[in-house]
Design a protein. Structure first.
Length: 299
């Protein structure tokens, strides 16, 4: 990530020092371990997805006007939006060059398609947030593109680094796609039932940003038209604290939480089924444990 341009080097160092969970590179390594074994290109793939993920977070903070990321000042808060956008671009380019410089051409098509999907998902969500007219099918497309596409790519790149067997590639991609959707549904449930001290963000944050997620979609579908219009009106007008409480109660009363948890469990089951083609191993056991954690986590 080093650069001879001082500001690029300074911002890159600031970002690299922030230790995230590193779930995405871990997925690359575990997927390689179950499909043939970890090698040098696996480490490059793991680095590539973490660099790409960092680029998207920097851009997301600009889009969301976020001043902090997990309690630490965001790049745009310190260096302003122009530097943040260009640093996101720099990270993206650096990640792609990592593959080109090492002739990892098989990674480029996969990762380029992921960037396209993530961009489309973000733009579709912006469009639907303005109109507040999202249904379950559209919601699943948005989270599939925005969240699950990168997790699926992590699993697929791990397989691509370890074996030429395309059935292994597609099985691990299916695992990642289903895991990513289960993860995001659970995340959206926690926005209604989680504790802000555990989540690191206020409960109801999605409502304040006018994001319509699965628990609310199901509750609206299960309620009368008049009830639904009242709730949408609260969100459209910028939900205050008491409005958030009313929406959370509405979602709970109309089965939105239970329905969403069941949907997350179904996607988790599909993720486990996709691993069925691989022999038992410590790596496979870790992937199964991760699936279980994703749908039961409280933060």
């Amino acid at each position: 990530m080093r650069s001879k341009v001082a500001v690029v080097d300074t911002v890159a160092r600031y970002l690299v020092k922030q230790k995230g969970k590193r779930i995405r590179p871990i997925l690359v390594l575990l997927s390689a371990s179950v499909s043939g074994g970890i090698n040098e290109s696996t480490y490059r793939a793991a680095s590539l997805v973490e660099i790409l993920h960092t680029a998207t977070l920097v851009h997301d903070d600009v889009v969301d006007n976020a001043d902090t990321r997990r309690g630490i000042l965001s790049v745009n808060a310190i260096w302003k939006n122009k530097v943040a956008v260009l640093m996101g671009d720099y990270f993206l380019a650096r990640g792609l060059l990592l593959s080109l410089e090492n002739d990892d051409f098989k990674f480029l098509k996969t990762i380029s398609n992921t960037v396209r999907r993530m961009s489309e998902g973000e733009l579709l969500q912006i469009q639907k947030t303005r109109k507040l007219d999202i249904n379950e099918e559209t919601y699943l497309r948005i989270i599939g593109d925005k969240t699950a596409s990168l997790i699926a790519t992590c699993a697929e790149l791990g397989a691509q680094s370890a074996t030429a067997d395309e059935s292994a590639h597609s099985s691990l991609r299916a695992f990642g796609e289903n895991l990513g959707i289960a993860f995001q549904i659970r995340d959206d449930v926690l926005d209604f039932v989680g504790k802000s001290s555990l989540l690191g963000k206020p409960v109801g944050g999605d409502l304040k940003e006018k994001k319509i997620t699965l628990p609310l979609i199901h509750a609206l579908r299960s309620s009368t038209s008049a009830e639904g219009q009242r709730i949408i009106g609260l969100i459209k007008n910028g939900a205050k604290a008491k409005d958030v409480s009313a929406v959370v109660k509405f979602v709970s009363d109309h089965g939105g939480i239970e329905y969403s948890e069941a949907r997350a469990e179904a996607y988790a089951a599909d993720a486990k089924a996709a691993l069925g083609a691989f022999p038992e191993s410590p790596g496979k056991g870790s992937l199964i444990n991760l699936i279980d954690f994703v749908v039961t986590r409280t933060s």
